[in-house]
Design a protein around this ligand. Sequence first.
Ligand code: BG6
Length: 491
Amino acid sequence: MTEPFATFLLFGATGDLAHRMIFPSLYNLLADGLLPDDFLVIASGRSDMSDEAFRKDIKESLPKFLPADGYDDAVADRLAAIICYQPVAADKAEQFAALADRLDGRLDRGVAVYLSTPPSLFAPTAQGLAQAGLITPNTRIAMEKPIGKDLASSKQVNDTIGALFAEDQIFRVDHYLGKETVQNLLALRFGNVMFEPLWNASAIDHVQITVGETVGLEGRVSYYDGVGALRDMVQNHVLQILSIIAMEPPARMDPTSVRDEKVKALRSLRPMTAEAVKTNSVRGQYTPGAVGGEIVTGYADELGKPSDTETFVALKAYIDNWRWQGVPFYLRTGKRMPARQSEILIQFKPVRHSIFGRDGKHSGGGSGLEPNTLIIRLQPEEYIRLLIMTKRPGLERQVHLEEVTLDVSLTAAFAGQRRRIAYERLLLDLLAGDQTLFVRRDEVEAQWTWIDSIIDGWKQAGMKIAPYASGNWGPSSAIALIERDGASWHD
Ligand code: BG6
């Protein structure tokens, strides 16, 4: 691999994501000596501001978003010293020209452009860069989601950016891929001999993926309303997790091999129809309630008007390929859930033949035999739990089985290591040019194809929003969605 790029050009630098995630990540990378010696951050936003004013702003915000024991004023000063600020509005050619002056002499060492702006600014920003001569083979561009709001609009965005950059210069960010635990799914599946032989329809009954959040709208009215949980969370984060769980083993851990397998899994998602959405999907919206002992208002109250946007979605999905034939994937995500909890549950099938009896008919009282379950908790804690059967100690003639937990706490096993912000990994990979943890165009489009089928289904079926009181795991119909099949959500 070539030298990491030495210039980071951040659009949307005055925004929330930049303050909460990107600058704290740069701080950590700098503190750990992971940035090139001649690294420069050019921060850009629409506001007119001097270098000094912007540096002051970042220095004030860093301690808010870094843990107290992970903040050192001297490192913050070093970071501030390598940041400069250049006001750029997407429609002002003269400001792009001023940006080009700032970049004078640095293009050859590589420029990583990061668009942390509303998507409507992706195309004009890229065009502004092109007109100012700032796009060379040594320019990479990273884009935050959402890439479009459906397949057609995502193609438009991809076409516009694709006209200016080659695919290997485009880094589509899904910050879930930067999370240690999501990468760990690859290690778990392909670094251990015992899981892969069972990772298919012969041994697995169903899979659950839950991404629960306790937060509500958080003032993101202009973005969230009209978008909703399906587009905001399922289209990207949940489907990326699903693709890693469901994909075939890649031949190598490289961008092409991994993403080839992920896209195949995504393309195998069975499209939903108007008929299917009625039984296989639930749309919910939170109403007033209590989360973590705190009284909270409903979505419509936060918004100030009634809305048809879903803040919760539950789906029963199928992957139509050899490996997953007949295995339902139950997916759910929502805001104002009882807990911030993201996890994957793999429910194995019962043993083929029970020598202990399962239902009490042969064992006089039931043996307690249950199928195995694997739980992979992604956040807030990180653990892997395997529920296995053991004999309850005792002298009874009848063997009584009990479920015990093989518990691997990753948080405890790696207690000495600092937990990284997902963006640290992604920023390093962007500078190094490694696309493995970024989303390829065909993946985004396969994701939208499936999501569009659900949205069309909802429209045709006239699917209504089901209310749920904040602090619950969605409406009762979400429980029915899985219990109808004889399973239940793991809460
Ligand atoms: C973002 C969504 O992509 O992910 C937000 O737009 C959501 O609505 C967030 O809150 C969740 O990310 P995390 O890392 O807190 O699980």
